[in-house]
Write a new protein. Structure first.
Lengths: 81, 158, 768
C-alpha cells in the first residue's frame, strides 16, 4: 500500500479527502485507481501532473514503480523557461 | 524608385552593390553582401548588435543608410581575425567565457576593438561606459568586461 | 528503448578522479561565435526566398467582423496571403505536446486571430512577397473591419465583476460549484498543509503586505526568426531560433494538419530565449505562407513586434502574511497570488504558488492563486516562471519580520531553512539540498562584513527552482580515427555543447578535443525536450553517460572477441580496453582509437544511442547579497556590490555555471529597478523598444561575484543540478531589502524606478 497525498486543490473533487491508502504497482495504475474512486477528479488527473514518490518528482513516468509503504504526492507539473 | 549603385570597401575588399534608398547599411551587409555576422536586435540604435566601423568610427549599421557607404571603408566582425589568427579580444572572449548565446558578441567585439584603439589602458569604469551602447541579456557583463581588460593588458604587451 | 535511469547506472569514475568535468576549456562552438560565422535565426539565406510580414491588431480588444485581402493579393510581388481561414480551428483540449501541456484551441487563435483580437499586436493576417518593401505595402492594403471593445489589462481590474470579459466560454476552474457566469479568472488553485489559523495564533509577530509587479519581458537580443520551405508533396523544412525544435515540430504539425514526420525542424543558433522561445509565433505562419506560395519564406520580428506580440511574464498582485515567534521561528504563512495570464489562460500561477515558501520548513502554509486573462500578449515562460514574483513578496516579508524581531536576516533564514527531509509547502519531502550552505557562504563572505556608507543599504534573499528532466536523446558515433561525434537535441543557449562534451569525454576516457558536438535537427535524433527548465546539462548528462556506456560495452566486446576471451573478462580503464585480471590473458590494452580503427572489420560502426525520460532532477537553491546606494536627489539606485551563492550539485563547466548566476542576477536587477510594460489608457504598449524598456547595460552593474556550492544530486552520474533559473528568483527581494535599509522605506511595487523612488523619498522627507 502507498500513502497518497493530494493538494487541497484536488481534494475538492474527492469530497475533502486529501490523504488515502492505495495499492498500485506503478504511477499509471495509481492514477487509474484515483479516477475510478473519484470520478469528479478524473479530468484533473489527465491535465499536467507530476507525481512525487518519497520526495522524488516524476513527470510522464507512467511505468515508474511505486514501492509498498512509499509516500506519494500528486502535484502540478513543473516546466521552466 | 531606381536602386542606388554603391562602391565601397568592406573589410579591405572593394565591393559594389545595389540598394534601395531606404535600406540601411545593416540591411545591405546582411541581405545584399550576405555578411550576416552583424545582427539586428532593434533597428533603432539601442542595442549595438549591429556595431561596425565606418571610416574608423564606431557606428550602429542600422542607423547608417546603405548609400552612405559610398567611397568609405566598412569593417565588420568578419574582418576581425587575421587569417588563422583570432584578434586578442576574440581569444579573450573565448577564454573568459564572455559569451553565452553569442548574438551580441560581434557587436561587443567591434565596440571593444574601437575602445582599445582609442584608449589602450581603460579602467573598468571606462570599459563599462564605452560598452553601455551594447546590450547583453545573458552574461550580466561581468565576463565581458574582464575579457576586454585582459585583452587590453595583452595588447599593451604588459 | 525508453528507460528511466536509476542510480545503479554506473558513474564513469569516482568523483575524486574527474579529468574533464569541472574544467574550463574553450567551448566547441566558440570560434564561430566570435567570428560572426555562427548562423542565427535570421541568418539563413535560401534562393527564391520571400519575405513574410504580419498584420497586427492595433486594438487591445476588438471583434473582427471581416478581413478583405483582395487588394493585397493583387499587388505585384505578393505571392501569398494568409488569415485564420488558412488554419483549421482546433478543439479545446489540453494535450501533452512532448511534455508541455498546451491547449491547441488557444494556440491556433494566438498565432492568428479568429473571432477577436485580444491584444495590441495580435496577428490578423500575414503576407509573403518578393521584398520587405512590397510586403509592408501589402499589409497596408489589407482591410480589416474591427469592432473595438472595452479592454482590461491590470490583473486586479480584470478580476472585477464588471470587467470586460475576454472569453465568454471561460468559467473559473477549481471552484466548487463551478460559476455560471464567464469571467476573466480562468483558474483558482490552492496549496496548503497544516492549520494556518492555529499557527498565526501562536505567533508573537505577524506581518502582512501586498505587492504589485508589472509584466517584464525576457529581453532576448535576437528577435524571433525563421525560414520555412514546403515542397509540392507536403514535406517541410523549417529553420528557426527556438529553445525546442521538437516542440516546434509538434505544434506546427498540429496547426497545419501535417504528419509530424513531414516536418524537419533545424534549430539555428539562438540569441537568447529564457523561456520566451519555447512557444511558436511566426513558424506556423511562415509554413502556411511557404505552402501557399511554393517558395521558401523568411519571417523575422522587429523589436517592437517582439515586445508587443511575444509573451512577457505576468504582472501580479501578491498578498503575503507570515507569523513568527519572538525567537524567529515561523509558525504560519499565507499568500494570495493573482497573476496575469495574458490573452489566453495558462500563466505560471501553479509554480508561483508552489515556489513561494519553498526555502522554508513550515508546518502551516496556505497559498491560493488565480490565473487571470487580460488584454495583453499571452504569457510565455520567463526563467523560473512564477517564482520570482511570489518569492519576491515572501522574501520581503521575511526581511521585515527579521528586522522587527531584531534578528540578523541570515540567522532568521537559517533558523527556518528547508533541508534534506523537510516537507516542501507543496507536499513532497526534499532530498539533499544546498540552501543552508548558500546562506552560510553569504554569511562568511568578505562582502557581508564590509561596512556601508550613507544612503547605502544591504539586502539578502534566497530563492529556488524545482528543475526538470524530461525526454532526452543523445547519440555518440565513433569515427574511424578515434574521434567521436556527439549528437544532442537541446539548442545551445549558454554553453551546453561544452558541458555535454566534457561529460562525454569523462565517460569515455578520451580527450575533450576528440568529441565534436552537433545539435541535431528533428529528423536526425530521437525526441528531445526543449532547452529550459534548467534541464539541459542534467538531462544530457544522463543521456550522454548512457550512450557512452553503450559505446564502452561494445568496445569491450570487440576487444574480447579480438583476444578470444569472454566479454566479462575485459574491463575499461582510462579510455582503454584491458584484460580484467592476470588470468584473463596477457594482452596489451587496446586504446579507444585502435578499437575505432578496426571497428569496420570487427562488426561494423560503433555507437551509443540513448533515449530516456530523465527523472530525478534536483532543485537548486541560491542566496543573493547586494549592496546599493540611493541618490536622494534623483531616486537613482546604484548597485555597488553583488554576490550570488548557489548550489550547482556539480559544476561541469564552472565558467558557464558562473555565467548563469551572473546573467540571472542582472536580469533580476533590471526587473527590480527599471523594467516594466507601460500601457496607455488606450491599451497600447508605450515602450516597445530598448530605449524605454530599460534593461541593464554594462555601466549599470558591478562585477557579479559568484560562489558555487556543490551538494551533489544523488540521482545524476556527476551529481549535477540544473542552475539556469534559480538566479533570477532572489534579486528583486534582495534589492528591495537593501532599499529598505538605505532609505527606511519598504517598497512594495516593482520596478523601484527613479521616479517612484524619488516620490517615496520626497513623501518620507516631507512627512518627517
Amino acid at each position: 500500500m502507498a500513502h497518497v497525498v493530494l493538494t487541497r486543490n484536488l481534494a475538492q473533487f474527492t469530497g475533502g479527502e486529501s490523504e488515502l491508502e492505495l495499492d498500485a504497482a506503478n504511477i499509471r495504475q495509481l492514477l487509474g485507481q484515483l479516477a475510478a474512486r473519484y470520478p469528479r477528479l478524473e479530468p484533473h488527473l489527465a491535465e499536467g501532473l507530476a507525481v512525487a514518490i518519497d520526495g522524488e518528482i516524476f513527470q510522464d513516468a507512467w511505468l515508474e514503480p511505486i514501492p509498498p509503504g512509499s509516500e506519494v504526492h500528486i502535484i502540478p507539473r513543473i516546466a521552466g523557461g | 524608385m531606381a536602386k542606388i549603385h554603391v562602391t565601397t570597401t568592406v573589410n579591405g575588399d572593394a565591393v559594389e552593390f545595389l540598394c534601395d534608398p531606404e535600406q540601411t547599411l545593416l540591411d545591405v551587409l546582411r541581405d545584399e553582401l550576405e555578411l550576416t555576422g552583424s545582427k539586428e536586435g532593434c533597428a533603432s540604435g539601442d542595442c549595438g548588435a549591429c556595431s561596425v566601423m565606418l571610416d574608423g568610427r564606431l557606428v550602429c549599421a542600422c542607423l547608417v543608410l546603405g548609400a552612405e557607404a559610398e567611397g568609405r571603408g566598412v569593417e565588420t566582425i568578419e574582418g576581425m581575425a587575421t587569417g588563422d589568427e583570432l584578434h586578442p579580444l576574440q581569444r579573450k572572449f573565448l577564454e573568459h567565457a564572455a559569451l553565452q548565446c553569442g548574438v551580441c558578441t560581434p557587436g561587443f567585439l567591434i565596440a571593444a576593438k574601437a575602445l582599445l584603439e582609442k584608449n589602450p589602458d581603460p579602467s573598468e569604469t571606462e570599459v563599462r561606459y564605452w560598452l553601455a551602447g551594447n546590450l547583453c541579456r545573458c552574461t550580466g557583463y561581468d565576463k565581458i568586461v574582464r575579457a576586454v581588460l585582459d585583452a587590453a593588458t595583452e595588447m599593451r604587451g604588459s | 528503448m525508453a528507460t528511466v535511469l536509476k542510480t545503479d547506472t554506473p558513474a564513469p569514475q569516482s568523483p575524486h578522479a574527474l579529468k574533464w568535468v569541472g574544467t574550463r576549456p574553450i567551448r566547441p562552438d566558440g570560434v564561430d561565435k566570435v567570428t560572426g560565422r555562427a548562423k542565427f535565426g535570421a541568418d539563413l539565406i535560401l534562393s527564391g526566398m520571400l519575405v513574410g510580414k504580419v498584420l497586427r491588431s492595433p486594438h487591445p480588444h476588438a471583434r473582427i467582423r471581416s478581413i478583405d485581402t483582395s487588394k493585397a493579393e493583387a499587388l505585384p510581388g505578393v505571392k501569398a496571403v494568409v488569415t485564420h481561414d488558412d488554419f483549421h480551428d482546433l478543439p479545446s483540449e489540453f494535450v501533452p505536446a512532448g511534455e508541455m501541456l498546451v491547449n491547441y484551441r488557444d494556440m491556433v487563435r494566438n498565432v492568428m486571430a479568429r473571432e477577436k483580437a485580444l491584444y495590441e499586436g495580435h496577428p490578423v493576417a500575414a503576407v509573403a512577397a518578393t521584398s520587405a518593401q512590397i510586403a509592408r505595402q501589402a499589409l497596408k492594403l489589407i482591410e480589416v473591419d474591427y469592432e473595438p471593445l472595452p479592454h482590461v489589462i491590470d490583473v486586479v481590474e480584470a478580476m472585477r465583476d464588471d470587467a470586460p470579459v475576454l472569453h465568454d466560454d471561460l468559467f473559473t476552474a477549481g471552484v466548487e460549484p463551478p460559476p455560471t457566469k464567464p469571467s476573466n479568472v480562468a483558474k483558482r488553485v490552492e496549496f496548503a498543509i497544516g492549520d494556518t489559523e492555529a499557527g498565526f495564533a501562536e505567533a508573537d509577530l505577524v506581518v502582512e503586505r501586498t505587492f504589485d509587479t508589472k509584466p517584464v519581458h525576457q529581453g532576448y537580443i535576437e528577435p524571433h526568426a525563421c525560414v520555412a520551405s514546403v515542397s509540392e508533396d507536403g514535406q517541410a523544412e523549417l529553420w528557426c531560433s527556438t529553445q525546442g525544435q521538437f516542440l516546434v515540430r509538434s505544434h506546427c504539425a498540429k496547426l497545419l494538419g501535417m504528419d509530424i514526420s513531414a516536418i524537419r525542424v533545424t534549430a539555428s543558433e539562438i540569441g537568447g530565449g529564457f523561456g520566451g522561445k519555447t512557444v511558436v509565433y511566426l513558424e506556423p505562419l511562415a509554413m502556411a505562407l511557404a505552402r501557399k506560395s511554393h517558395h521558401p519564406v523568411k519571417m523575422v520580428m522587429s523589436r517592437d513586434e517582439v515586445f508587443q506580440a511575444s509573451g512577457p511574464t505576468s504582472g501580479a498582485n501578491v498578498w503575503v502574511k507570515i507569523g513568527a515567534t519572538r525567537h524567529g521561528r515561523i509558525t504560519a504563512a499565507e499568500a494570495v497570488l493573482k497573476y496575469q495570464a495574458g490573452a489566453f489562460q495558462g500563466g505560471p500561477i501553479q509554480p508561483g504558488c508552489m515556489a513561494a515558501f519553498a526555502p522554508y520548513d513550515l508546518a502551516n502554509v496556505k497559498v491560493v492563486g488565480f490565473d487571470v486573462v487580460s488584454n495583453r500578449p499571452k504569457v510565455a515562460a520567463y526563467r523560473a516562471p512564477g517564482a520570482p514574483i511570489s518569492e519576491f513578496a515572501v522574501e520581503c516579508v521575511i526581511d521585515e519580520l527579521a528586522k522587527e524581531l531584531e534578528i540578523d536576516p541570515i540567522e532568521f533564514r537559517l533558523e527556518n531553512a528547508a533541508k534534506e527531509g523537510t516537507r516542501a509547502a507543496y507536499g513532497p519531502k526534499f532530498g539533499p539540498i544546498g540552501l543552508i550552505d548558500t546562506l552560510r557562504k553569504i554569511k562568511e563572505s568578505e562582502h557581508y562584513r564590509t561596512p556601508l556608507g550613507p544612503n547605502q543599504g544591504r539586502g539578502i534573499a534566497s530563492g529556488f527552482w524545482f528543475n526538470i528532466g524530461g525526454e532526452t536523446s543523445a547519440s555518440i558515433n565513433v569515427n574511424e580515427d578515434g574521434t567521436v561525434t556527439l549528437m544532442a537535441g537541446t539548442p545551445d543557449i549558454g554553453g551546453s555543447r561544452a558541458s555535454s562534451c566534457l561529460m562525454a569525454a569523462e565517460a569515455l576516457g578520451i580527450d575533450y578535443d576528440k568529441v565534436r558536438p552537433i545539435i541535431a535537427d528533428t529528423s536526425s535524433l530521437g525526441y528531445t525536450f526543449l532547452t529550459g527548465g534548467s534541464r539541459a546539462t542534467f538531462s544530457n548528462g544522463l543521456a550522454v553517460n548512457e550512450a557512452a556506456q553503450q559505446v564502452i560495452k561494445e568496445m569491450c566486446a570487440r576487444a574480447a572477441r579480438f583476444w578470444e576471451i569472454p566479454a566479462d573478462a575485459v574491463t575499461w580503464e582510462d579510455g582503454m580496453a584491458k584484460p580484467a585480471g592476470a588470468n584473463a590473458g596477457d594482452f596489451e590494452p587496446l586504446s579507444f582509437a585502435e578499437l575505432a580503427k578496426m571497428a569496420g572489420k570487427t562488426g561494423g560502426p560503433i555507437g551509443g544511442h540513448a533515449h530516456l525520460n530523465a527523472q530525478g532532477a534536483g532543485p537548486s537553491f541560491g542566496t543573493h547579497l547586494v549592496d546599493l546606494e540611493v541618490d536622494q536627489e534623483t531616486g537613482r539606485v546604484t548597485i555597488l556590490r553583488y554576490t550570488v551563492a548557489q548550489d550547482a550539485g556539480k559544476a561541469v563547466h564552472p565558467a558557464y555555471v558562473e555565467g548563469q548566476y551572473q546573467g540571472g542576477a542582472v536580469q533580476g536587477i533590471g526587473w527590480a529597478l527599471n523594467e516594466e510594460y507601460i500601457y496607455g489608457p488606450d491599451g497600447r504598449l508605450q515602450n516597445p523598444g530598448f530605449l524605454d524598456y530599460r534593461m541593464p547595460v554594462a555601466s549599470d552593474v558591478p562585477m557579479i561575484d559568484t560562489v558555487i556550492v556543490e551538494v551533489a544530486n544523488p540521482r545524476h552520474p556527476f551529481g549535477v543540478r540544473g542552475v539556469g533559473e534559480t538566479p533570477i528568483v532572489p534579486p528583486m527581494a534582495a534589492i528591495a531589502n537593501a532599499m529598505e535599509q538605505a532609505t527606511g522605506i519598504r517598497f512594495t511595487e516593482l520596478p523601484m524606478s527613479p521616479p517612484k523612488v524619488l516620490k517615496a523619498l520626497e513623501a518620507a522627507n516631507g512627512a518627517g
